[in-house]
Design a protein around this ligand. Sequence first.
Ligand SMILES: NC(=O)C1=CN([C@@H]2O[C@H](COP(=O)(O)OP(=O)(O)OC[C@H]3O[C@@H](n4cnc5c(N)ncnc54)[C@H](O)[C@@H]3O)[C@@H](O)[C@H]2O)C=CC1
Ligand SMILES: O=C(O)CCC(=O)C(=O)O
Length: 420
Amino acid sequence: MANTYNPYDNVLKTVKDAADILGYSESDIEAIKYPERELKVAIPVCMDDGTTHVFEGYRIQHSTSRGPAKGGIRFHPAVNENEVKALAAWMTFKCAVVNIPYGGGKGGVICDPNKLSERELRAITRRFTAAIAPLIGPDQDIPAPDVGSNATVMGWMMDTYSMLKGHCVHGVVTGKPIELGGALGRNEATGRGVMFTTKNILNKLNVPIQGTTVAVQGMGNVGSITAKLLNEEGMKVVAVSDVSGGIYKADGLNIPAIIDYLSKDRKNLLTGYEEDGITRITNEELLELDVKVLIPAALENQINASNADRIKADIIVEAANGPIASEADATLNQKGITVVPDILSNAGGVVVSYFEWVQNIQSVSWTEKEVNEKLKNIMDPAFEAVWNIAQKEHTTLRTGAYLIAVKRVVEAKKARAIWP
Ligand SMILES: NC(=O)C1=CN([C@@H]2O[C@H](COP(=O)(O)OP(=O)(O)OC[C@H]3O[C@@H](n4cnc5c(N)ncnc54)[C@H](O)[C@@H]3O)[C@@H](O)[C@H]2O)C=CC1
Ligand SMILES: O=C(O)CCC(=O)C(=O)O
């Protein structure tokens, strides 16, 4: 990743493009250029070897205009302030485009979970939760899983926060273990939303679902569930990858076998996975494969000025947040590649997080079938609305999504009369 890359600049540029089409003035959008609150914390942890290591963490609330801040917690070595700011802002616009009553926030700790013992990870999580406790809460800011964190981590966060409050607070985090009030279907929700979105775009472009080739970058929560569900729908997943590299098979990979392999290894790495007929490829090669659908489901800035002109997929469904840098968007557009933007295609996770929070607050529980149906009932109309506005305004789907989202956020700010 180039040192000069600042994903927050990407967000601001996209917001400005949409605001210009909407006819908003600089004053109208001034406030959404700045995160409302940023907290940087030091997290001292006693490591297994007895030494003390101080980790750095962040919780940033981009906006609470439409509701409490909402967004995941990332544990990754590349976490930095600009990244968390961008991730928080993307949450604001994601919640707006699917019209759920949240603003946007995000958190992160600079660490590599693959190099930590479970005890060390738990100690980081507990100390981090205590440090950001003044900012979070069911009515203020509700964390959830993101890269490097998961339901187990959310369980530790909920426990730590509840200890500080002196009573059980289910609604402080979502994506929790089912035993602690986690929503059925949350673990699969982001991938399921990506699957709905992929089917929607294929339908719009008159591309058959059966046998259509897909490559998925990243085989974590989002990528692996996406690959699984698309495979079950009859698409041919020919390539997948993770941080250790990728694998390719023209006839289609055995996705259930790959997921089974990954589930047996705590570090979740594809290294060592064997299947007849596979070729090992790099992540760069995966992105440049001649497939119908490319699904980046790992990190930001994977497609940028250095490789955009080599992308051969016809459709890119962004499952990761910010996988395409702004400067690459224009190149992809000129090449006739259709991009379905992150704030729409990966919104399934936060939508089911919203369902989890609603269930927690009301002390009720919905079946997985109910959750999945309600998710589809939000994702499909949101896709349709973005598609329609992009057609009407002759814009990309990304600009279309921001036309809807920016308008909702700006109008909410105006309705609250935040400025005199
Ligand atoms: N977990 C969720 O519910 C949601 C996640 N997202 C986004 O989806 C993306 C993936 O998140 P998760 O699947 O939750 O994370 P995860 O931690 O479960 O998986 C991340 C995957 O990316 C791979 N990876 C890491 N660095 C890589 C690199 N340099 N090149 C290729 N692969 C690499 C990892 O090996 C792993 O397979 C992120 O952008 C996240 O913000 C978006 C919406 C919701
Ligand atoms: O489920 C959530 O609240 C947020 C998930 C997330 O971090 C994201 O959509 O990027």
